[in-house]
Design a protein around this ligand. Structure first.
Ligand code: HEC
Length: 254
């Protein structure tokens, strides 16, 4: 028994050591409008975030779980149907076979999933020096630190310290695990030209695209918070009513 306990303690010590060795910088924590019990996405930011995703990230990252029609739905970027149709039509996807049995390309429509930049994982790896740019549909939920981590990572590129040698295709990023990542810095000053006139600093673009990715990972966030708030308010009112009813019922029994 004694041996067993000592073993467990040693195992725990070992794992905390391994964990500490991989320690990463604490991510930044910008003010997110979607936090808190009444949190909501900023509509304009979601729309800009979609622009950053399509113009910058979509060259390497797919978002397979999203369809163009999601861009119209309540609680999301809420583009108009015509806007979303035009956005879909900017991409080409495989159509049905023609009379010779050949697949032809056609512009995407609202019911299509976001068009992937790659045919398959092998092609994605081949184009990225062996690294795989993960699908971004639920990346905010899939990474510890969520939105804070993604935001920080996008603006965390710095010159590597002189004593550190980086392989080809590996970049120095103070928020990446081991400070190394196989993604080149994606955001530069004025990397996109925002249609609403917002100045496109790397921080602004990182903020907007992270908000967009957070919505993609949890499209029902606003509805969930709204219902939660109603339920809590209802319970508070009900407790008051029960409290006074109770007092009234027992009023004469003292
Ligand atoms: C030139 C191609 C390229 C572009 C453009 C690009 N990425 Fe990446 N991205 C990659 C690759 C490759 C990886 C895998 C990195 C690795 O495994 O080290 C990656 C990884 C990631 C990760 C996962 C990091 C992790 O912790 O595993 C996130 C999140 C990400 N990219 C977001 C973005 C966003 C948001 C944009 C647009 C602003 C973007 N990327 C633009 C190639 C790209």
């Amino acid at each position: 028994m004694k041996k067993f306990i000592i073993n467990i303690i040693l195992t725990i010590l070992f794992f905390s050591y391994v964990h500490a060795a991989e320690e990463m910088n604490e991510p930044l924590h910008p003010d997110w409008s979607f936090e808190g019990p009444l949190g909501k996405f900023e509509r304009a930011s979601l729309q800009r975030g979609y622009q950053v995703y399509t113009e910058v990230c979509a060259g390497c990252h797919s978002m397979d779980l999203l369809s163009y029609r999601n861009l119209v739905e309540e609680g999301g970027p809420e583009f108009s149907k015509d806007q979303a149709k035009a956005m879909a039509a900017m991409f080409e996807t495989k159509g049905s076979p023609n009379e010779e049995g050949e697949i032809t390309m056609r512009p995407a429509i609202l019911s299509d999933h976001f068009v992937s930049p790659w045919e398959n994982e092998q092609q994605a790896r081949a184009a990225n020096g062996g690294a795989y740019p993960p699908d971004l549909s639920v990346i905010v939920k899939a990474r510890e630190g969520g939105a804070d981590y993604i935001y920080s990572l996008l603006i965390g590129y710095e010159d590597a310290p002189s004593e550190m040698s980086l392989d080809d295709g590996v970049y120095y990023n103070i928020y990446a695990k081991g400070n190394k990542i196989a993604m080149p810095q994606p955001l530069y000053e004025d990397g996109v030209e925002y249609t609403d006139g917002t100045v496109a600093t790397p921080e602004q673009m990182a903020h907007d695209v992270t908000m967009f990715l957070t919505w993609a990972a949890e499209p029902k966030l606003e509805a969930r918070k709204r219902i939660g708030f109603k339920v809590i308010s209802y319970l508070i009112i009900l407790s008051f009513l029960l409290y006074f009813t109770n007092r009234r019922i027992w009023k004469d029994t003292h």
